[in-house]
Design a protein around this ligand. Sequence first.
Ligand code: CTP
Ligand code: MG
Length: 233
Amino acid sequence: MVSSLAAIVLAAGRGSRSGAGSPKQFRLLGGQPVLAHSIEAMRRHDRIDRVVLVVPPGGIDEARTLLGADAKGLTIVEGGETRRLSVRNALEALAAGDSTPSHVLVHDSARPGLPSSVINRLIAALEAGAAGTMPVLPVADTLITDQDGLSGDTVDRAPLRRVQTPQAFDFPAILTAHRDWSAPDEPTDDAQMLRALGHDIALVEGDPRLDKITYPGDHERMERQLGAAMSVR
Ligand code: CTP
Ligand code: MG
């Protein structure tokens, strides 16, 4: 039973690949900061009780100023050096609260186009008993390995999936996965941490609107795409 659902919105990254002056999550998109889109989508969803925003160390006041009235009722915590440590700080903030949630969503603010249909699919998977679940999409392009500028073998794309966020978890399970994490490699998402403990991660259908702002030009492309469809549902 998903009795209480919290959402973590991650905005503590540097955005080094995006090539912009300021971190990508603080740039304006459709008239509001990129991170505000995810916060709003989470708040609009009637199953989500609270939202924790994770900002760069020392950036809490700046985030409050940027969000203005939207910061009301929001828990804002400082992130860490890696995405994993940023999530950890938010999980610990939730664990330290009066009532811990039964489940939690973890979302990249760099994915501002968050349709409620995806959140619904994740909740359905949790209610079916999954300890973890995430949206994925098939890979459209032919895939090869690059061997010093020459094409290596073609990789069979049929079983491959692109992983998006939000990812959704049983709260005690993902908290344990974070607290006990000791692998040398830095994980790029939370599902792989839970899977490392032997839990199955249920896959639900992702959405192209959830693509991430990563490289130069992604922001502008999204501005054009979202121009008409910013009120994604
Ligand atoms: N993130 C975070 N804390 C970190 C690193 C990343 O909260 N220490 C967040 C980012 O703000 C982003 C999401 O995790 O919303 C996905 O990470 P990514 O796309 O890699 O963003 P950045 O780390 O900011 O970008 P880059 O890797 O290009 O520096
Ligand atoms: Mg990064």
